[in-house]
Design a protein around this ligand. Sequence first.
Ligand code: OOG
Ligand code: NI
Length: 459
Amino acid sequence: MTSPFYDTNEIRAAFSAAMSTMYRAEVPAYGQLINIVTEVNDTVLGDGTATALNLTPQEDVDRIAQERHGAIRLGTAQELAMMARVFAVMGMYPVGYYDLSVASVPVHSTAFRPVKRADLAANPFRVFTSLLRLELIQDAELREKAADVLAQRQIFTDKAIELTEKSERDGGLNKADADRFVTEALETFRWHSDACVDAQTFNALINAHRLIADVVSFRGPHINHLTPRVLDIDAAQEAMIAQNLPAKSVVEGPPRRNCPILLRQTAFKALDEQIRFPQRNGTSDSGKHTARFGEIEQRGVALTPKGRALYDQLLAKVRATITPAADGSNAAAYVAQLEQVFTEFPDSWREMHDQQLAYFKYDLADTSSRCGADVEIKELLDQGVLSISPVIYEDFLPVSAAGIFQSNLGDDAQDNQQSASSQAQFETAMGCKAMDEFALYAAIQSDSLAHCIKQLAMD
Ligand code: OOG
Ligand code: NI
């Protein structure tokens, strides 16, 4: 029997496409970035360099042109809880927990994304979603004012809420409702140039922390960037610079490698945008805000806890000797140090596999082979019976995210002392638990192996 409901993967794909169209119209430089990425990806896929990446054609390659992530920052627990329900309608669930207070950014975050292999292959759209920690505003009066402003806003349309409830009640939405849902949900992410606080409050919030002003001063959590996936981020970075986009001075994450790991990211800096403040006599003051930027990323293999520990250890070792200066003055020295230190991280798929540093999908390369269940996997790989391809990393990196936040808050971002938050507090606010990313990757790996073993054992 076919389902009466529209596929959640289709809803997510439609939403992601609608968001891209909206953002392209709002931030023209994003369109420029998409063109750069498309060109670089076409080159890489066309000239054979992609072979080394060992991508799975029906999964990684097919989805690449539509692939992107976005980010929003929410103000209250209620907003986060409702947002989780809205994302669930599109088959997106919270994965992972990121405490950004370690980088003096007063938020904690999760990423909403599809979790199953087939759903990721259909469309991997993700939204990095942060919740403001208002308790970090030290001035009690300003803190109350901010809480009041947030309490008065409704970031979801009535229809978006109604359709979310309908989907929860019925177990899905039909095509017409799904189309309407996408249009209504999009409203939450739209940019509003009219601030909902006066200029004086805005400036007080900016002084407390630029991020607090960004969250509290507007009617909704405007999408602050949308990030396409590129297969060669260094080529894309060069093209950005050549086209005068204000690119960040270094690429965040691991160095360039033959076999990419985790996530490398770069961005162009936030744009100055004209905003208007309401005044009592009905006129308005104008001002400026920097909120929205463009970002690109190159994704590599997902690491196991062991691989991730090695990555964290090597990155910490680099950063103990040199951290990238905001003005880019030591960029070359930083990259040299990064490359040197990361020579310790094996750079072949097979080594990473054998040392259990990363997750892989197994495929039956020789479908005529048969064998018992007791054969070693390494032996089957050596014999060419099995082949491996990387499970792509679908999540984010806290040090990189902090770098992205900071480069877009202005280089004068305050260095406040902040108390650490906790995943439990975040989950209480959200009303559900965040899934463990490692468990999801491990399941993709073991399912693919089980599938191969079953075929091998068949007579
Ligand atoms: C989110 C920054 C994090 C990433 O790619 O690491 C992020 C934000 O600025 O709201 O998107
Ligand atoms: Ni991002």
